[in-house]
Design a protein around this ligand. Structure first.
Ligand code: DLL
Length: 435
């Protein structure tokens, strides 16, 4: 093995070879999925067989799979393998509305997933001599076990710290000389604050690499985290339906995330029409698993909005890069006819050193009009002077208006006064009458 790639042959494979591999694996996945109650029906209705797929573009003959399909088939209607013979682990995501979605893995699936995570870790320079600490919960959330097995596959010394208990996280970092940490971005900020509170300079520890993902964050936020913790932070993308982490990851160029096309077929579509968007344009990410045997998913509508970055990556990997996730099509809200994503608000707020990182967007109906209220915590760098604060508030309002085109009501609140979520941060509360 050379010292740049985990699997050189696959990571720098020519596009032509990669497509051949994709076609081969797509056909194989169709053969497998004919055994699932859901897909056997869908395939029959649409005349899909492995033989009907002659080129990789024929994938478009297969209808999309949606979260609603997964719920309608709860719990095992999309499973292709034999549950008791071949099923080895269930992951289930609660989601916000009712029925959870379920993913079942075979031994092969878990092994392939661990390998993908190891590939991501290796890509950002993690080696077997590193100490890897994971601050994700070890349960149904795939950030726990997903990273655990990936880091073990790589041979790193693993510290399965689990979620929360920030002081203990710090103790592990200093006592066990953690070099690589995995955290969701909102928790990485929390840890940086606890370092400050404890009077420990994070740059005096052995920590050098941070893996952040599982929730949307801006590049500005990443830079802030890097600065606060004195690390390089790499964006990590995935979702339970596609195993979990290990789907796409930034390389050391930190310019877009390579999506592992030997295991996932990527499409970017217009969420309204379902048609592919022109090359390089933003749309909804649609993914097909290519190396899963227990529960292949075809053309899964992720609802995540991104684009494929044009050009080749200087790192040499040939797998396409997707841009930082701009938001989810179901996260977007419309105020006074304008489409707004929470990330636009974050991008503006993060520019102000007087502000902390916790914020909440509330949508309300006042006198039959939609109102947007942005509450944001002040940082330690802020002043107590009312006149100064009012000036800052006005400037934030002005810049937000420039970014989102409607005028929000901005409220500056004391550090620690907004709710701090245990898991992924909740950024939007929609209290409008007609929602
Ligand atoms: O969040 C898997 C994961 C764990 C990824 C740890 C990375 C690290 P779910 O809970 O199913 O799975 O949530 C998936 O989270 O559809 C995106 O909307 C969002 N998401 C995940 N990674 C990113 C990211 C895990 N890097 C959903 N940037 C996805 C923005 C992300 N959003």
């Amino acid at each position: 093995m050379n010292n740049k790639y985990w699997e050189e042959e696959i990571e720098i494979m020519s596009r032509e070879k990669l497509q051949e591999l994709q076609l081969h694996r797509l056909r194989k996945s169709i053969n497998i999925a004919e055994n699932s109650p859901h897909y056997s029906k869908v395939f029959k209705e649409h005349g899909i067989t492995a033989d009907s797929i002659r080129t990789i573009d024929d994938i478009r003959k297969i209808p999309f799979t949606t979260k609603a399909d997964m719920r309608a088939n709860y719990p095992f209607g999309l499973v292709s393998g034999n549950m008791r013979e071949d099923g080895v682990r269930i992951h289930s995501s609660s989601g916000t509305t009712g029925t959870p979605t379920v993913i079942v893995h075979s031994q092969h699936d878990l092994s392939s997933w661990a390998n993908l995570v190891a590939r991501c870790l290796y890509m950002v320079g993690v080696r077997k001599t590193d100490a890897f600490q994971n601050s994700s919960g070890y349960g149904m959330f795939t950030g726990g076990l997903g990273f655990q097995y990936g880091a073990e596959r790589l041979g790193a010394l693993t510290i399965p710290a689990g979620a929360g208990n920030s002081k203990r996280q710090l103790k592990f970092i200093t006592d066990f000389e953690t070099t690589v940490l995995h955290a969701i971005p909102s928790y990485a900020i929390r840890l940086a604050e606890v370092f400050q509170e404890e009077g420990i300079d994070p740059t005096s520890t052995s920590l050098k690499t941070l893996l952040i993902g599982a929730e949307p964050h801006t590049d500005e936020q990443r830079k802030k985290i890097e600065h606060m913790l004195g690390v390089k932070a790499y964006n990590s993308f995935g979702m339970s339906e596609m195993n979990g982490p290990g789907v796409a990851f930034e390389c050391q160029e930190q310019n877009g995330m390579h999506i592992w096309e030997d295991c996932y077929y990527v499409e970017i579509i217009d969420p309204e029409t379902g048609e592919p968007v022109p090359e390089g344009e933003i749309g909804e990410l649609v993914l097909t698993t290519l190396d899963r045997e227990m529960m292949p998913l075809f053309r899964y509508r992720t609802r995540d909005l991104t684009r494929i970055l044009p050009g080749e990556c200087p790192c040499g990997r040939t797998h396409v890069r997707i841009d930082r996730i701009k938001g989810r099509s179901d996260d977007m809200f419309i105020i006074k006819g304008v489409n707004i994503f929470p990330m636009q608000v974050e991008k503006t707020l993060v520019q102000f050193p007087q502000l902390g990182s916790n914020y909440l967007i509330t949508l309300e109906t006042v006198n039959n009009q939609d109102e947007i209220i942005v509450e944001v915590e002040l940082s330690d760098l802020s002043t107590d002077n009312y006149i100064e604060l009012e000036k800052i508030r006005k400037e934030i309002t002005r810049q937000l208006k420039d970014e989102i085109l409607v005028t929000p009501r901005v409220k500056l609140v004391k550090k620690g006064s907004l709710p701090q979520s245990e898991g992924k941060a909740v950024r939007v509360k929609d209290l409008r009458a007609n929602q």
